[in-house]
Design a protein around this ligand. Structure first.
Ligand code: PNW
Length: 491
């Protein structure tokens, strides 16, 4: 690891990220109807404490203040997602009032000199489409293209950077196989079908947007890991690492960048559930993989942690870090999101852990970027589109209510661990650039504390604290640290 000052190249973008359902609130305003998350959050036991995104950070009403805050932090780019159920309620006709929100947001960003970085799908499928089969239905991919084109109709004159999907692994295997994310379905076949139709939606959208405007910058964001064998000489450990790499990384990287699903993983799953694999294979039409592999302008990488794997059961092992769900009495049990990994075990290696119990492993990010830049996508610009950590923040200071308004102001949030996490991962990103990997940006997850899916408001990832009673925003120490890094363009 490099220890001298790391100065980022001109043009490297520093930003922060959010997602529609996690921050917007205003869940049923201006014509928006339910998404699968509105429905799922209302199912008993689906989300910790039954919390919903009904209000969240109330960003729908406070977006102008939030953009001002981004300016104060010095953010150069802002990654956000549009809500399908706002733009096309129930997946049907275009809702001008819903689109108008994103129109205002984009104008506000541009006026503040902040580059809008738009994601079309961050997990909030209209519930009406789920009721017609959701992502297990091929038709959903067609509906998605219509939705994408309607967002482009409204914003294409001002938005250059378009990401089709955020983390299709989560919206397929975590959602349709493990049942811990919306819509909470369980089964290998449903997860495999969902993944294929999500990727098809991605490819068709890339083709359609490209045809409309060849100047757009088009990409997809994948959540990727670094899966290491506990003992590189133990074939069972090597095989455990292969399975996790295969089901998590290669299941998406291979079709998107090479036009084929990984054969080893297909045969692993066939051993567990041959009928599921047969039905999935029948759902792949001729030409689908060419569509899915439509050329891209960049690849978005979400990195939180790596993992150490063994083929041998581990005493007292905590289990997969990819549960995405919550342990506890009021929360439903999950199935593994890895259909063919019963013989995979996670090994404790004594690294520090975040509030999600995820390991802190910055050098894993350097290795991941190197692998993508050499093995998978030489020449394809990479962006770290999410990286961050949940911690219990220490709030200090005179948080006195203004007698006139009742609004509490002031206060400091000390989150030294998050500040350190960001600094180390920005440095790890730089180390990849220095090796020659074409990494063009880094987005902190997240701008604001927000709705952390099945954890409700129980986990805070923000560099800005949100008081959910008053909606007050307080820049955390990590936010100030990130602002300093951006101002210096160095770490
Ligand atoms: C990502 N896993 O989610 C999402 O893109 C964000 O919306 C989310 O808030 C953030 O990371 C923090 O969790 C993930 O189980 C959720 O491996 C779960 C997993 C990975 C990513």
């Amino acid at each position: 690891m490099n220890t001298s000052v790391r100065r980022f190249p001109d043009g490297f973008l520093f930003g922060a990220a959010t997602a529609a359902y996690q921050i917007e609130g205003a869940a049923f305003e201006d014509g928006r109807t339910a998404s699968i998350w509105d429905a799922f959050a209302r199912e008993p036991g689906a989300v910790l404490n039954g919390e919903t995104g009904d209000v969240a950070c109330d960003h729908y009403h406070r977006y102008a203040d939030d953009v001002r805050l981004m300016g104060e932090l010095g953010l150069q780019a802002y990654r956000f997602s549009t809500s399908w159920a706002r733009v096309r309620p129930d997946g049907g006709a275009v809702n001008p009032a819903g689109l108008a929100f994103y129109d205002r947001l984009v104008d506000e960003l541009l006026a503040g000199g902040i580059v809008p970085w738009l994601t079309l799908y961050h997990w909030d499928l209209p519930q009406a489409l789920e009721e017609k089969g959701g992502w297990t239905s091929r038709d959903t991919a067609e509906r998605f293209v219509e939705y994408a084109l309607s967002v482009h109709d409204a914003l294409g004159d001002r938005v250059q950077h378009w990401t089709t999907l955020n983390e299709p692994w989560c919206s397929s295997f975590l959602s349709y196989t493990a049942g811990v994310h919306a819509p909470g379905r369980v089964g290998i076949e449903d997860g495999m079908l969902a993944a294929h139709h999500l990727l098809l939606a991605h490819g068709r959208t890339v083709q359609a947007l490209r045809e409309r405007d060849p100047r757009l910058d088009l990409g997809i964001t994948l959540n990727l890991t670094v899966a290491d064998p506990a003992d590189a000489r133990d074939p069972a450990d090597v095989d455990a690492a292969r399975r996790i790499d295969g089901q998590f990384n290669r299941w998406f990287l291979d079709p998107v960048l090479r036009g084929a699903y990984p054969a080893d993983v297909v045969s692993d799953i066939r051993e567990v559930d041959p009928i599921a694999v047969r039905r999935w294979a029948a759902a792949i039409h001729e030409g689908d993989l060419d569509t899915i592999a439509a050329p891209l302008d960049c690849l978005g990488v979400n990195y939180y942690h790596g993992e150490l794997l063994s083929g041998t059961p581990q005493p007292g092992s905590a289990g997969t870090p990819h549960d995405g769900g919550v342990e506890g009495e009021n929360v439903r049990r999950t199935r593994s999101p890895f259909p063919a990994a019963d013989d995979v075990h996670w090994v404790e290696r004594g690294l520090p852990r975040t509030g999600m119990d995820w390991e802190v492993q910055p050098e894993g990010l350097t290795r991941l970027l190197r692998r993508l830049g050499t093995e998978y996508a030489p020449g394809l610009p990479l962006y770290v589109t999410e990286n961050g950590a949940a911690y219990d923040d220490e709030v200090e200071g005179a948080r006195v209510a203004d007698p006139a308004t009742g609004v509490r102001t002031g206060g400091l949030v000390h989150d030294a661990e998050r500040a350190m996490f960001l600094r180390e991962h920005v440095a790890a990103t730089y180390d990849a650039i220095e090796e020659g990997v074409d990494v063009r940006g880094y987005f902190a997850w997240s701008l604001l504390d927000n709705y952390e899916w099945s954890w409700g408001y129980g986990k805070r990832f923000g560099i800005v604290r949100v008081d959910y009673d008053t909606q007050e925003r307080i820049v955390k120490d990590s936010g100030r640290e990130y602002a300093r890094i951006i101002a210096a363009r160095a770490v």
